[in-house]
Write a protein that binds this ligand. Structure first.
Ligand code: SIN
Ligand code: FE2
Length: 215
């Protein structure tokens, strides 16, 4: 176990730039987060994104917070947009408690522009992919897990390379930055009923990203 000297938060460096902060959020904070997210999702409802070209639906449902949100559809593919694809409204602000993880772990002096919320029911998964729709590829992605645990997989910068997997639990924060920023990653499975945070089960993942270079 290493500690980040300034804030003294327990942290493991799994690989260069891949930082794991177990139990970053206490149970009470997770409950506050879940309530805040429930409210924000009323304004920006979850939607099912479609894969570019094939139009195949993702198994996760998504929404976003912040000035930009990540969306995908058949015709126009992966991109960031300032408005929700169905309501046409701006995305809600990123809740302050969510931003705390970015400020305390990301080591980047500017705020994220985007916070993608992925909701996994117990059958959902996320195939291996790189996060590379951002111009600011030098800035880490900061990921928060809430609800049921998952099996997270991460490899190197090439598809088909060696990967490792580990569990992410409710309240954990993972930073994907530095030499790991373009690592292929995904979610193999959700472990049902491993958390009591979300009354109907499932997992919420929040990923904060800087899209454009600051300044
Ligand atoms: C993602 O890569 O967008 C999601 C990762 C996760 O759910 O932990
Ligand atoms: Fe990702």
């Amino acid at each position: 176990m290493k500690c980040r000297s300034q804030l003294n938060i327990p942290m493991h460096e799994f690989a260069p730039g891949l930082l794991y902060f177990p139990d970053f959020y206490s149970r009470v904070e997770q409950e506050t987060l879940a309530n805040e997210l429930r409210e924000a999702v009323k304004a920006a409802p979850l939607f099912v994104p479609l894969m570019p070209r094939t139009g195949k639906p993702f198994s996760v449902r998504m929404t976003n917070f912040g000035v930009l949100g990540w969306v995908s559809d058949r015709e126009r593919g992966y991109r960031y947009e300032a408005t929700h694809p169905y309501t046409g409204h701006s995305w809600p602000a990123i809740p302050d408690l969510v931003l705390r993880a970015w400020r305390d772990t990301g080591g980047y002096p500017h705020e994220p522009e985007a916070c993608l919320l992925n909701f996994y029911d117990v059958t959902a998964r996320m195939g291996l992919h790189q996060d590379r729709d951002e111009a600011a590829l030098d800035v880490p992605v900061v990921s928060i897990s809430l609800g049921d645990s998952c099996l997270f997989r991460i490899g190197g910068d090439t598809r088909g390379g060696k990967t490792r997997s580990f569990k992410l639990h409710s309240g954990d924060v993972l930073v994907i930055g530095g030499a790991s920023r373009l690592a292929f990653h995904g979610v193999d499975k959700i472990f049902p009923a491993t958390s009591t945070l979300l009354p109907n089960g499932g997992r919420i993942n929040l990923t904060m990203r800087r899209v454009n270079k600051a300044g």
